[in-house]
Design a protein around this ligand. Structure first.
Ligand SMILES: [Fe+2]
Length: 349
């Protein structure tokens, strides 16, 4: 596996880059905006294609690079269900998995530092964001932080992982880089407590100042969605009502860009064709399945995904590739469901 632990020194943030092979797909966890150029360069140097950019939670100390990386690489942006951000491509929750070629992260919901904190586990390691640090834990005094939730996440989600699991945190302010679950259970001074009340007693008396840029950074991180006022996208967006009319009148190919797991969990629009976003280029190249379906490029196509971000990116890619009659569903399946439009269960992929 290709694994890089990258450090941003102003806010002491760790960012993780993972890939399974040179020439293959990569994902990045908790990227920092100011380091975007560095990530792009490193991806090129390691011959990796970034396909997913993930944040463990809405950060209060730095601006995320999720939006910038999406704009540069067309990667899928991923956050947890509980994150109050305007647009990400994909949302995950406890029990879901985040997959790329050769790598699979199991999603653990670990609130407490914030109400939207998630950890991501692999068989040998866990990325804990700000839930668990090396010999420390994330503060619980803003962004709907909660001591009882934190205690539960630490003791019932993270410390129950196998002893030898490597712990890769979202920050370290002392220069440590990695630990293990057994080490933290034994030596982390905040974890030497027997009850949630005792843990709260420690956390309530930390007396920490707020992060310097919190008032700027949190709002920025909540608004990282793609600029949908982009003229090409705006004029080719359909709302759920118009999409429903197209479905009823027939003749439009509905294309679902989501992954199989999302389709199984949420359902699909009747009769739609499945083209996973990550394989779009295969489907639209000359001779590809979608290119064949679209004929001379005049057959109407309606792209949709979970929230309208992947479909907007795909729309731009397909326009460049010569597809003429394409629209996308603004707001994705989420908006479709909110308008009470019907779904059906997909056939097994
Ligand atoms: Fe944080």
């Amino acid at each position: 596996m290709i694994f890089r632990q990258l450090f941003e020194s102003i806010t002491c943030t760790y960012t993780y880059l993972l890939g399974s092979r040179p020439g293959g797909e990569a994902l990045i966890i908790d990227p920092v905006l100011e380091k975007t150029d560095r990530y792009i360069q490193l991806l090129a140097e390691l011959n990796l294609t970034l396909v997913k950019a993930i944040d463990t939670h809405v950060h209060a100390d730095h601006i995320t690079a999720l939006g910038a990386l999406r704009d540069e690489t067309h990667c899928v942006t991923v956050m947890g269900k509980k994150s109050d951000v305007d647009v990400v491509s994909m949302r995950v929750d406890e029990g879901d998995t985040i997959e790329i070629e050769g790598i699979r992260l199991d999603v653990l919901y670990t609130p407490g530092h914030t109400s939207d904190s998630y950890s991501f586990a692999m068989p040998d390691r866990v990325f804990t964001g700000d839930a668990l640090f090396i010999r420390g834990t994330g503060r619980t005094d803003f962004q709907h932080g909660d001591n009882a939730d934190a205690y539960d996440s630490l003791f019932n989600k993270l410390l129950v992982l196998p002893d030898e699991t490597l712990v890769y945190p979202g920050h370290d302010y002392k220069g440590d880089t990695v630990s293990t679950i057994a080490e933290e259970r034994r030596f982390n001074p905040r974890l030497q407590v027997a009850t949630a009340e005792a843990y709260a007693g420690i956390m309530d008396n930390l007396g920490l100042p707020d992060p310097k840029l919190m008032d700027v950074v949190v709002p920025a991180n909540m608004k990282m969605g793609m600029r949908q006022e982009d003229a090409e996208i705006a004029e080719r967006s359909l709302n759920p009502g118009d999409a429903q009319k197209r479905l009823d009148s027939g003749g439009t190919i509905f294309v679902d860009l989501r992954e199989s797991g999302e389709r199984q969990k949420t359902g699909i629009i009747a009769g739609s064709v499945h083209v996973p976003y990550q394989q779009l280029s295969e489907f639209i190249k000359p001779g590809g399945a979608l290119a064949a379906l679209a004929g001379q490029g005049d057959t109407p196509i309606l792209l949709y995904c979970a929230y309208g971000e992947r479909s907007a990116l795909a729309l731009k890619t397909m326009r460049v590739a010569g597809f003429k009659n394409i629209r996308h569903l603004a707001g994705g399946i989420d908006a479709w469901i909110n308008s009470s439009a019907p779904l059906e269960a997909p056939a097994a992929d």
